[in-house]
Design a protein around this ligand. Structure first.
Ligand SMILES: [Zn+2]
Length: 210
C-alpha cells in the first residue's frame, strides 16, 4: 500500500499517515512496524515523542510488547522541525500530547518530501476527540484506525475507559487505570459510574442535612 522505495531527489514527494485508536490498540506497534520496514528499505528514519510521555526510558519509543526504536523526546512540535535532520521518514508517537502546531509541522515536513507517520489516541477518556489528532487525520493522506479488545465482552474496543475518578486529561496509561471498552460496554460503565457518583452525592448531602 505504501511506497518503500527511495524517491528520486528531483521530485521527492512526502505524505502524512495517521495510526489512531484507543489505549492498548497497538498504535505504537504499528508505527514501529512501518518504521522498521522503512529501515529495511534503507531509508533514514527519525522518531519524536512528547517529553510528557515518561512512562518508559527517556530516549526510546517503547510499545507495550517491548519492540523499541530509538527516539528523541521534545517539549514542543516546533522542536521537531529544528531537530529533524534530512530524514526520509519521521515517526511521531503519542501525538495527542503535542501542541496544535504539530499540524503545520507535519504539513511542512511532508511538503519537503518527508513521509510522516503519526501515532496517537483519537479520543480522550471522556470519549471526546483528542486534539490535535482530528486535525492531523484531516490533513493526512492515509488514516488507519486500530482497535483494542473490549475487556468486558471481547468485541472491538475504541474507547479508553478510565477506572479511576481523576478528571486530569493527561493521566498516562497503565492497565491499572484504563481498560479498552466497546461502545456498549463503555456507555454501560459510564452510566454505572454516574449512578454511583450521584448516590455518593446524595449520601454526602444527607450527612450534611443532619
Ligand atoms: Zn464490550
Amino acid at each position: 500500500m505504501f511506497l518503500e522505495s527511495k524517491p528520486s531527489k528531483k521530485n521527492k514527494t512526502g505524505w502524512v499517515e495517521v495510526v489512531c485508536g484507543s489505549m492498548f490498540s497497538g498504535k505504537t506497534e504499528e508505527l514501529i512496524r512501518r518504521l522498521n520496514r522503512a529501515k529495511y528499505a534503507k531509508l533514514s528514519v527519525e522518531i519524536f515523542k512528547p517529553k510528557i510521555d515518561t512512562r518508559y526510558s527517556e530516549d526510546d519509543v517503547v510499545s507495550h510488547n517491548e519492540n523499541s526504536i530509538r527516539s528523541t523526546a521534545v517539549d514542543s512540535s516546533a522542536n521537531i522541525l529544528l531537530l529533524a535532520s534530512p530524514a526520509d521518514v519521521i515517526g511521531i508517537d503519542e501525538a495527542q500530547f503535542f501542541d496544535d502546531g504539530l499540524v503545520e509541522v507535519c504539513n511542512s515536513l511532508a511538503n519537503q518530501g518527508v513521509r510522516v507517520i503519526i501515532a496517537g489516541l483519537d479520543m480522550d477518556f471522556a470519549g471526546k476527540p483528542f486534539h490535535p489528532m482530528p486535525e492531523l487525520m484531516a490533513i493526512a493522506e492515509h488514516v488507519t484506525k486500530v482497535h483494542a479488545i473490549c475487556m468486558q465482552c471481547g468485541a472491538n474496543a475504541q474507547y479508553s475507559y478510565r477506572k479511576t475518578d481523576s478528571d486530569d486529561l493527561v493521566l498516562l496509561g497503565e492497565t491499572m487505570e484504563y481498560e479498552p471498552l466497546c461502545r456498549t460496554c463503555y456507555n454501560f460503565a459510564n452510566s454505572i459510574k454516574k449512578e454511583h457518583y450521584l448516590s455518593e452525592k446524595e449520601i454526602q448531602k444527607s450527612i450534611k442535612d443532619q
